[in-house]
Design a protein. Structure first.
Length: 448
């Protein structure tokens, strides 16, 4: 099936073209030495963060965290910290990267279905927020906390079990999801209420329904069920000792809304918006906006995806079975999801001259192939584009999150450079290094 190429917003297209031209001029893209590179629009990132913050009233106590998995480069995380973001991490590596980027421990949230004892101990010692994923992890935290009062704010991830979206792998609130404690499983809600009652330090509820392919109504429904559970906990009579110590105490003081706002990959429009999602939440879950709860968010892809693109040279072109094929240096190693699940993760692609200038001409159906040594390494099939020739450039759009920064080292292909950029009022492009290109020599380091 031939997928039509949607029209680009003229201003956005012109901005990308100016960045590509300057990258070629500065040899950040070079047909011999820099065959592939990724670019992140730092102006756009700042604007997206501002949109997120504006969506929630200033009077609310909200910690907006960035999901590090979406783009874990330390210089970019540091830039997000400067913009007022916290950081959500889900592995020891992301944890270390967040600390290296300068995030204060109390602005880091640790989420993972497989936290180790060492990881939990480090988080609790530093005062990092922890969302407990399962009953066994709760037992581990019990042992680590002991009779004392933890520095960390600690919550439980609940699974509202409300179903999935159009991409199963991105849906985390199905009946059998590996994430969280299922509220609909027999006995779980009662057991969770008791768990909160018995632990004064258990004060947050966390929920995350999914991301790409999940409709906003489904996400809002999941949040509503998590808040309903929090209200149930707060409505339960706590034991007499706690009542005497803290009259009127509310057990659950915070709701972690997770992230997962889907991204529009069809054109340059940002949709849905943070403001639109917040308005839906206000209508469906008004308790979030009356000040009774502190809030946290964990958006990732929706902050970064549309603020980046990946550029690669065309090495060869050929015709096979009557269809043109352009063999480029961008394939499964930087577009893993698109290559392996193309129907769920299609990318827009633009064609450019070696100078970076946008190519014109009648669109011709062409396969855009990558360098990996397997037949399915295709980022687009029969995509109508101006005819590509060796030495041309292709740009994979909306790849500011995941993609090049979540590298798949098939065929020992090295990680490409990632460059941040800004464009001033006069149109001058300035680049900031976010990750240098990995050299082949780094793949050959001997074992110590």
């Amino acid at each position: 099936m031939t997928i039509p190429q949607p029209a680009a917003d003229p201003a956005a297209a012109a901005r990308r073209e100016s960045v590509l031209r300057e990258a070629v001029r500065q040899r950040l893209l070079d047909p011999d030495d820099a065959l592939l590179a990724a670019f992140v629009d730092l102006d756009g990132v700042a604007a997206s963060v501002a949109d997120l913050r504006a969506a929630f009233p200033d009077r609310l106590d909200v910690l907006h965290t960035f999901a590090a998995k979406a783009n874990c480069l330390v210089p970019l995380l540091a830039r997000l910290r400067e913009l007022g973001m916290g950081c959500e991490v889900a592995s020891p590596g992301e944890f270390a990267q967040a600390l290296a980027a300068g995030f204060e421990p109390d602005r880091i949230v640790l989420d993972s279905p497989a936290k180790t004892r060492r990881e939990l101990a480090a988080a609790l010692e530093l005062g990092v927020a922890v969302n407990i994923d399962n009953w066994q992890e709760l037992e581990r935290v019990d042992a680590l906390v002991g009779p004392g009062t933890p520095r960390s704010r600690i919550g439980v991830r609940v699974n509202p079990q409300i179903g999935g979206g159009t991409i199963g792998a991105m849906s985390t609130a199905t009946a059998t999801s590996k994430f969280g404690i299922g509220l609909a499983d027999e006995g779980n809600t009662k057991r969770l209420v008791e768990a909160f009652r018995e632990r004064p330090w258990l004060t947050w509820v966390h929920v995350h329904v999914g991301s790409q392919g999940c409709p906003l109504d489904l996400m809002a429904d999941g949040v509503a069920r998590a808040v309903a559970f929090a209200e149930q906990v707060n409505a339960e009579q706590v034991n007499a000792e706690q009542v005497n110590a803290e009259p009127g105490r509310r057990q659950v003081v915070g709701i972690d809304l997770g992230g997962g706002l889907p991204v529009n990959f069809a054109d340059d429009t940002t949709a849905p918006t943070f403001a639109g999602y917040a308005e839906l939440l206000r209508a469906r879950v008004p308790e979030l906006f009356d000040g009774r709860y502190r809030l946290a968010t964990e958006f990732g892809r929706s902050l970064l995806a549309k603020n980046g693109f990946t550029a690669a040279y065309v090495e060869y072109t050929k015709t096979s079975g009557g269809r043109r094929i352009a063999v480029t240096h961008a394939g499964a190693q930087v577009a893993t999801r698109t290559v392996f699940v193309p129907d769920a993760w299609p990318l827009r692609i633009t064609a450019h001259h070696p100078s970076g200038a946008r190519k014109d001409g009648a669109p011709v159906p062409q396969d855009i192939a990558g360098p990996c040594c397997f037949a399915g390494d295709l980022v687009a099939v029969a995509r109508p584009l101006p005819l590509l020739e060796p030495g041309d450039l292709v740009a994979l759009l909306d790849t500011g999150a995941y993609y090049a920064t979540t590298h798949f080292q098939y065929n020992s292909l090295p990680e490409p450079a990632v460059h941040g950029f800004t464009v001033d009022a006069a149109g001058a492009v300035r680049f900031v290094p976010l990750r240098r290109a990995q050299g082949v020599d780094e793949l050959l380091r001997p074992v110590d």
